[in-house]
Design a protein around this ligand. Sequence first.
Ligand SMILES: [Zn+2]
Length: 160
Amino acid sequence: MRHDSEENCLACDLTSGVRPLPGGRVYETSAWVVEPCIGPLPVGTLIVKPFRHCLSISDLQPDEADQLGPLLSLTSHAITELTNCDQVYVCLWSHAEWTPSHIHFVLQPAWNSQQDAHERPGPFMQETMFRSGEPPNDDEVATFCERARALLSSIEEERK
Ligand SMILES: [Zn+2]
């Protein structure tokens, strides 16, 4: 089974406003949108996904593919600057309940100091966070998104 339709697509609903998105849209290009993550990952975690309901990286259109690398780099730069993290994890699964769904990269800040609370980094730490199921604080997400919007638009201005 594949989520071929935009109907009942969480990613589409969050972008269109059908479902509320705490913190709001952070950035966009003509093909991609950057939004805060609504799952139980640290404040500063952002989602990068195509506006178009697209289920696989292999289905990206040329303009979508062209914009992807620079946008992942730019967004990671902003996360690093604003959270003072040691690494930004960039991952894409989009296979909830074994069903291909609207692709979305998760860009998650990670700090070396997290080793005090987590035995292993990377997907192991993510798994622990998902198990805990604690969503990030809405106010903190909103504050981060405001700062991220300001930083990304100032970088955009500089590059003009
Ligand atoms: Zn969708």
